[in-house]
Design a protein around this ligand. Structure first.
Ligand SMILES: [Zn+2]
Length: 88
């Protein structure tokens, strides 16, 4: 194998240990929920989902799951969906 390609593979292995290097700017996932398949998106620093919970609460378990799965790869200025709103 080409020696420079070997170097790239080694670099990729090292980078893969540091997922924060890759920051999602947009994302579209088909999420298999308990009863249906939902479209979860990240666009313009905001999450959205087409489920009923998101419609009424502005967040949902599908988004919260994506945040947990991709934690280090979600830009810091994207607001966390499971933050409990402070009254007042
Ligand atoms: Zn949802």
């Amino acid at each position: 194998m080409n020696s420079s390609l070997i170097g790239k593979i080694q670099k990729a292995r090292r980078y893969a240990q540091e997922p924060e290097r890759a920051q999602f700017q947009s994302l579209h996932v088909q999420f298999q929920g308990g009863h249906d398949v939902y479209d979860v998106r990240l666009d313009d620093r905001e999450w959205s989902c087409n489920c009923h919970t998101y419609e009424s609460l502005g967040t949902c378990s599908h988004i919260m799951t994506m945040e947990r799965l991709l934690a280090a790869m979600i830009p810091a200025d994207v607001e966390a969906s499971d933050r409990i709103p402070v009254a007042g």
